[in-house]
Design a protein around this ligand. Structure first.
Ligand code: SF4
Length: 378
């Protein structure tokens, strides 16, 4: 497919607040607990989850102890689409979201009757910070002929202005569908993901110029050197990475898709261009393989060599226990705004449901036995 010319609009990150927010986040990352302290905190959280009729919903990028606790207590570890679905469908009265603020807001939007708590409400995201709602609304107003598609990493106010919300796992399918229907797209906020989707689908897209501060630091030239040093390695990259990195990737996908690729790919060594929090799950799913962080070299890098999100790192066991004990850090949204933000999220979830592969019987009962084994008498 021949890609349409890429169109971009100039937009600067709010430099006055952005660096300060990053520095404050690192300052609030909890100190590591001792082995005994971790066990004690986990025990306390288990009891509090039961007391509060609460369930823990965690992202792949948060601390490994938090991920394990979520799974051990009947909660969920997933990407933002899976977190949104799980929180919506779970019967618990309280959702405790271990991730960043837009994930807590999405949980509240989809489950307005539930209480949604987070370890730290200041756990933000550079994409969210770089797309303030008033400027975004002005941009939409200037392009009334375009369908507005926003990434999940945005505030409730930005979502409320959108026609569609997408996560990285559904973005390609949705934009391809809109393009096939002849719709022109206004895309925000991640410029790298937008450029990737535009190149793959050929859709007519105007791109907001936001970026994830973790993925933006991965360097194509240094990645070439690393691949030369490890010729048996394969590269897994999240599409929030720059195009010079994506061009070298064997697999480009959402966090869930990359974890599955780590398991399936026949390679002993994998170079991973996404937040290094994901390695906890990759090591569980693909034991015996070696994982290398994609290079973030460069003296100007804001998160040099760490490849870890400071806001995700703010989620720890002590904060979770405190939140549950005191009902602290509740997500509260204006109900009218939340209703407006819910419509484009529901559209995405409905669209994602239509993309599930239908199960069809072949007509051969021996072959279809597994299909029918849970079907009772007619
Ligand atoms: S890793 Fe990037 S996209 Fe994800 S929350 Fe952090 S800053 Fe936002």
């Amino acid at each position: 497919m021949t890609a349409a010319p890429l169109r971009t609009v100039a937009f600067d990150l709010p430099t006055a607040s952005h660096p300060g927010a990053v520095g404050q986040a690192w300052a609030r990352v909890p100190a590591p607990l001792s082995t005994a302290g971790r066990a004690e905190a986990a025990q306390r959280i288990r009891a509090l989850l039961a007391r509060e009729n609460a369930v823990l919903v965690a992202h792949y990028y948060v601390d490994g102890d938090v991920q394990e606790l979520a799974e051990a207590t009947g909660g969920c570890v997933g990407d933002s689409l899976e977190m949104a679905r799980f929180g919506r469908d779970h019967p618990a009265a309280t959702l405790v979201v271990a991730g960043v603020r837009f994930m807590g807001e999405t949980a509240k939007i989809l489950s307005p009757a539930k209480r949604v708590l987070m370890p730290d409400l200041d756990a933000s995201c550079s994409l969210d910070l770089g797309c303030p709602a008033p400027a975004f609304a002005d941009w939409c107003d200037a392009h009334p002929d375009r369908t507005v598609v926003v990434y999940a990493n945005t505030s409730a106010a930005v979502k409320a202005r959108a026609d569609w919300v997408v996560t990285s796992s559904i973005a390609l399918d949705l934009v391809a569908d809109l393009h096939a229907r002849g719709e022109k797209i206004l895309w925000a906020p991640d410029r790298h993901l937008g450029r990737y989707v535009q190149a793959q689908t050929g859709a007519d897209m105007l791109l907001w110029q936001g970026a994830c501060l973790v993925h933006d630091e991965f360097k194509g030239t240094e990645l070439e050197l690393m691949r030369a040093a490890y010729p048996d390695a394969r590269v897994l990259a999240h599409p929030e990475s720059p195009s010079s990195v994506l061009a070298q990737a064997d697999v480009v996908g959402s966090t869930t898709q990359l974890i599955e690729a780590a398991r399936c790919l026949d390679a002993p060594r994998l170079i991973v261009a996404t937040d290094q929090g994901i390695l906890h799950k990759m090591r569980q799913r693909a034991p015996g393989k070696t994982f290398l962080a994609a290079p973030t070299a460069g003296d100007s890098a804001t998160c040099k060599s760490c490849a870890h999100c400071p806001w995700m790192a703010m989620n720890g066991l002590a904060g979770l226990a405190h939140t549950l004990e005191h009902g602290a850090n509740e997500i509260l949204l204006d109900p009218a705004l939340a209703r407006r933000a819910k419509a484009p999220i529901d559209r995405m979830l409905d669209f994602a449901d239509t993309r599930k592969r239908p199960v069809r019987a072949s007509g051969d009962l021996a072959r279809d036995g597994a299909l029918f084994q849970r079907v009772g008498p007619a």
